[in-house]
Ligand binder design. Structure first.
Ligand code: ZN
Length: 150
């Protein structure tokens, strides 16, 4: 059993303290809301699309360290990617934190996002980590219904 200090690795703490892309966009193509009522995490995600490509991305909101760090790393990971690439990463990330994908033995595109693999040991935190990815999935699918992890 991993302990909590292992989960709260330096990189998660760093992204929580200095989140990347924590801003409102001036000309967003899409604004998408996401909530995790279980923990109280909330994210407002904005994407600026250039055709199929995420040209710029910003998020605002509040939440626990895991949700904030996940949002920060998600925005850094999707910037410059196509919608199809983001869809694949979101699917892999959600599977990884649920323990359905082992990033060390199965092919994936997660790169540094692998540090969230330890979240699967903490069921209450899985929705916190997945929230930003569920939100970006909804944003690019253009359903635009507010995301709730419940
Ligand atoms: Zn949370």
């Amino acid at each position: 059993m991993a302990d909590l200090s292992e989960l709260y690795q330096q990189v998660i703490l760093d992204h929580n303290k200095k989140p990347r892309n924590f801003k409102a966009l001036e000309t967003p193509s899409i604004t998408q809301e996401g909530h995790n009522p279980l923990c109280g995490d909330h994210i407002t995600l904005q994407l600026e699309l250039d055709g199929e490509v995420v040209k710029d991305v910003g998020f605002q909101g509040s939440g626990c360290a895991i949700s904030k760090a996940s949002s920060s790393m998600m925005t850094a990971a999707v910037k410059g990617k196509s919608k199809a690439e983001v869809e694949v990463m979101a699917d892999e990330f959600v599977k990884m934190v649920r323990g359905e994908l082992d990033p060390d033995t199965e092919e994936n595109h997660l790169g540094r996002l692998k540090i969230f693999a330890g979240v699967k040991e903490f069921p209450a935190r899985v929705k916190c980590a997945a929230l930003s990815w569920r939100t970006v999935q909804a944003a690019i699918s253009e359903s635009h219904d507010a995301v709730s992890t419940e």
